[in-house]
Design a protein around this ligand. Structure first.
Ligand code: ATP
Ligand code: MG
Length: 302
């Protein structure tokens, strides 16, 4: 899996580096739709022919479950914690993404593969890794080590974060360069939109702290914004309308196509199937395709 099988378009290897473009779904706001956006874009990219890996960095394992793995499936397997501890390589941890399609007559789950997409699975123990990094400052470099050792042909790493700005989050966020993308995903709710200010402050802190480091890019930038749960003819709540106007006024230059509300979005978690596959005709699935197009991921011909 690790050997290069295809020539990678240089737009996915900015400045000639050996690791993929990084997309970070980051904002300290619980339930802000980071994992829905991260998994939906990863799957949409994959279905359009772009090789990518979804990194689940949240102990809640939302992305891991949606991409086909329950905590029981992962028993005895390596997870992102082994990468953080420096005890495994990327290829030892990455799993083929898949989705649940039913059960056989013995009650065993059956899955279909999602081509072009792999998963770095999370682990409930991830919540303790801030302490691990505090006790062993060398571990702050874990993501840099994985990046530098990477020799595969992924085009993008879609990285899903927890709703916090702790040490583990910092260890990844500081490795983003200006070419990479911080893409917060927030619900059309004025409370959530107002948490973009603290995110911008946090990114500025990260840039300041790393300004003079040669080996750390240290330039995470909020280049885009995804706004979700926006009004539709049947969902026309005043707060959602207000939040949409607020986001357009304050962040119009980075705002991606709006992702409309759908009461069905949560079915993704109930069924363990990503939204673009479970409900490809739903408003959000349609809108994530527009977002992927706006980000330059057009359907590949070959
Ligand atoms: N377009 C949408 N319309 C309506 N509800 C949505 C939409 N997108 C996501 N949701 C719902 O919003 C909730 C939060 O979504 P999600 O789990 O993606 O957020 P998160 O930011 O990853 O949360 P956490 O901070 O817990 O990791 C879920 O119940 C999800 O189904
Ligand atoms: Mg999440």
């Amino acid at each position: 899996m690790s050997s290069k099988t295809a020539v990678v378009d240089p737009r996915f290897r900015p400045r000639g580096r050996n690791w993929p473009l990084l997309f970070a779904y980051l904002i300290a706001c619980g339930g802000s739709t980071k994992s829905t956006t991260g998994t939906s874009l990863a799957v949409t990219m994959a279905l359009r022919g772009y090789r990518n890996t979804f990194w689940d960095l949240d102990a809640n394992m939302s992305g891991t479950k949606v991409l086909g793995y329950t905590p029981e499936d992962l028993e005895g397997r390596k997870t992102v914690i082994d990468l953080i501890e420096g005890k495994a390589t990327f290829d030892e941890v990455a799993l083929p993404a898949r989705y649940w399609i039913g059960e056989d007559e013995d009650g065993n789950s059956l899955y279909a593969p999602i081509p072009n997409l792999r998963l770095i699975p999370s682990d409930p123990g991830l919540a303790g890794t801030d302490t691990l990094i505090a006790l062993d400052p060398d571990r702050n470099d874990w993501f840099m080590e994985v990046m530098h050792a990477y020799d595969g042909d992924d085009e993008v790493w879609n990285v899903d974060f927890p709703a916090s700005y702790g040490k583990m989050v910092y260890s990844v966020a500081r490795m983003l360069d200006e070419d990479d993308k911080v893409i917060p995903s927030v619900r059309a709710d004025p409370k959530d939109v107002n948490l973009l200010g603290p995110l911008l402050d946090e990114l500025e802190n990260i840039r300041d702290k790393n300004a003079n480091k040669r080996t750390v890019p240290g330039r995470p930038t909020m280049n885009h914004l995804v706004l979700t749960g926006t009004p539709t003819p049947s969902y026309n709540e005043a707060p959602a309308r207000r939040a949409t106007e607020l986001a357009k006024a304050e962040y119009g230059s980075v705002l991606l196509p709006l992702v409309r509300y759908s009461v069905d979005a949560k079915k993704m978690y109930e069924d363990g199937v990503p939204l673009p596959i479970l409900l490809p005709k739903s408003y959000p699935a349609e809108d994530y395709r527009k977002v992927a197009t706006a980000l330059g991921f057009l359907q590949r011909k070959d």
